[in-house]
Design a binder for this molecule. Structure first.
Ligand code: S3P
Length: 170
């Protein structure tokens, strides 16, 4: 079973991925960490040296390599903007969860972060626009939507119940 968690930067994908993988006894993969390790470069370095398009290609490669693994996968915020990545993730029964956090909460967590090129290069208003555009695409490209709880622990519990009620927990 592969469960991909998508959503905007700061929505809590990585924290939820960690708790969920412990609860379900599955490996936890973070696509940003996966790419940083594979290419031995930080994300800002990849953006600077090769540009965003190259980073997006690395993300697609990562999805191809990961899909079908027994794992919880926390995706970089832009990964499920690609219909192709969503299609690849759903191969072999992969499930995509959209973690639907409010913009204000996401923004409070990401503001001033130098390790996120989109945050460095956009104002709060621009990020809000990106958030609004992306929300529609996350919805289209995911299997289920999850409104987060107050803590990653609560979100994981909610998600497990939701997956179970839909017969998606194997
Ligand atoms: C990005 C989100 C980041 C990272 C990169 C681009 C995006 O991941 O993949 O900086 O386009 O939203 P997080 O969502 O983990 O911050």
């Amino acid at each position: 079973m592969t469960i991909f968690i998508c959503g905007f930067m700061g929505c809590g994908k990585s924290a939820l991925g960690k708790v969920l993988s412990q609860k379900l006894g599955l490996q936890n993969i973070d696509t940003d960490e996966y790419i940083v390790e594979k290419y031995q470069m930080s994300i800002p370095e990849i953006f600077e040296k090769f540009g965003e398009n190259t980073f997006r290609k690395y993300e697609t490669e990562a999805v191809k390599e990961i899909t079908g693994k027994n794992a919880i996968v926390s995706c970089g915020g832009g990964l499920m903007q690609s219909d192709e990545n969503s299609r690849l993730a759903k191969l072999n029964g992969g499930i995509i969860v959209f973690l639907d956090q409010t913009f204000e909460i996401c923004y409070e967590r990401i503001k001033g972060d130098k390790n996120r090129p989109l945050v460095v290069n956009n104002t709060k208003e621009q990020l809000h626009e990106i958030y609004n555009k992306r929300s529609e695409i996350y919805k289209r490209n995911s299997t289920i939507e999850l409104i987060p709880g107050d803590t990653p622990e609560q979100s994981a519990e909610k998600l497990i119940k939701l997956l179970d009620s839909k017969g998606l927990l194997k």
